[in-house]
Design a protein around this ligand. Structure first.
Ligand code: AMP
Length: 380
């Protein structure tokens, strides 16, 4: 099946071909026609499924860009949980918007950076991708009006709720016009997401994309039993001995991320840490350099575990296990996507053993454990 039968305009079909999107992903096959018919949609799909394009394309197709809109009155609002996801989604919008005959201005806004440039940039914006807190600040400063919105998208709604944005979201919902199209995406259908569905969606089409068996099969999972004091040397040993490149290492705190990255650097492995305590610019820059292969190891917290698409990421290391099995799945989901095989390695100390058993039970998968006590880590 090709994109041609989904109802998209010729310009967008050409743009898709230019981007080498030859066939729609499952979520796109179902979501694109539904959005084009102006239906509300609840999409249960994770990052990597192609969900961004599944709403970006039909929204651009439906935009009545010839009808002039009042300045600072945006037409499309996409709410996302993190700054990184805001930039990433805006990039997909602008890539496809550039090909349209009429100019469509898109903008990403998020906290952690100065508000003034965002206020200035709001002129003429039709499509706004925003994190909730900063959107409220801008709305309160009259830099943006939400009263003419045609389409509302909530992307990674479950994550937004987990991050405690419920209050901000409710405030934003109260500012929207009654008549609009609502598109809700979430990796899971929790009770809270159900509540939002009931509150916002009008007779939605529910589109659920089961994560394919092959996808998890693409991820080679392996665990090393290791004493806490030998974790650092073991990491450096594995990276050097197997000449690993583009390794994403997860730890449980910002402090730890800095420590692990420093030690790697001191041992001649180019590593950078990124986490919530770093500035937005530093975070974007680290991610960009890591994506393009300029940083060998990126050490991070769960900040990056969801919502960020890194193409062909070959290695994920759980230097420290996440508390919830769900986060484990999100972390390892960074690898082995889009038909590229990946490897997920977990370090298991004696204290972690019970918790790791729980994770495996939840995943219904047994992970091979290698005893690393015989490894000669001298000099690493
Ligand atoms: P997403 O789940 O939206 O983050 O998308 C995951 C990745 O798949 C992104 O790198 C997209 O550029 C890519 N992608 C999405 N749809 C397609 C498609 N139909 N063909 C090829 N690549 C795609």
């Amino acid at each position: 099946m090709s994109f041609t039968s989904l109802g998209l305009s010729q310009v967008l079909l050409k743009a898709l071909a230019d981007e080498n999107y030859s066939q729609p992903y499952p979520i796109q096959k179902e979501t694109i026609p539904a959005i084009l018919r102006n239906k509300d949609v609840l999409g249960i799909a994770k990052t990597g499924s192609g969900k961004t394009a599944s709403y970006v394309l039909p929204i651009l197709n439906n935009l009545k860009s010839n009808t002039p809109h009042k300045n600072r009155h945006i037409k499309v609002l996409v709410l996302v949980p993190t700054r990184e996801l805001a930039s990433q989604v805006e990039e997909v919008f602008s890539t496809f918007a550039e090909t349209l005959p009429d100019r469509v201005k898109t903008l990403a806004i998020f906290g952690g950076v100065s508000i003034n440039p965002q206020m200035m940039a709001m002129n003429g914006v039709s499509i706004l991708v925003a994190t909730p807190g900063r959107l409220i600040e801008l709305e309160e400063s009259n830099a943006v009006s939400l009263s003419d919105i045609d389409t509302l998208v909530l992307d990674e709604a479950d994550k937004m709720l987990n991050l405690g944005f419920k209050y901000e979201m409710d405030r934003i919902f109260a500012l929207l016009p009654k008549k609009r199209q609502n598109l809700l995406f979430s990796a899971t259908l929790s009770k809270e997401v159900e509540n939002i569905k009931e509150l916002l969606l009008n007779k939605p089409e529910v589109i659920k994309i089961e994560s394919k068996e092959e996808e998890t099969e693409l991820i080679d999972q392996l665990a090393y039993a290791v004493e806490d004091s030998r974790k650092g040397p073991l990491l450096r040993y594995l990276i050097k001995k197997n000449n690993l490149k583009q390794v994403l290492v997860f730890v449980s705190s910002a402090f730890k991320a800095d420590g692990v990255a420093n030690k790697l650097c001191r041992n001649g492995i180019h590593a950078v840490s990124t986490h919530g305590k770093k500035s937005m610019n530093s975070r974007s820059e680290s991610l960009r350099r890591f994506k393009t292969g300029k940083i060998r190891v990126l050490v991070t917290t769960d900040l990056l575990a969801r919502g960020i698409d890194i193409e062909f990421l070959p290695y994920v290391v759980n230097y420290e296990l996440p508390r919830s099995p769900k986060d484990y799945v999100h972390r390892i989901g960074r690898t082995g996507r889009a038909e590229s095989p990946g490897e997920a390695i977990s370090f298991i100390t004696p204290d972690d053993e019970h918790h790791f058993k729980v994770i495996q039970k939840k995943m219904k998968k047994e992970i091979k454990m290698v005893d690393s006590s015989d490894f000669d880590l001298q000099g690493y």
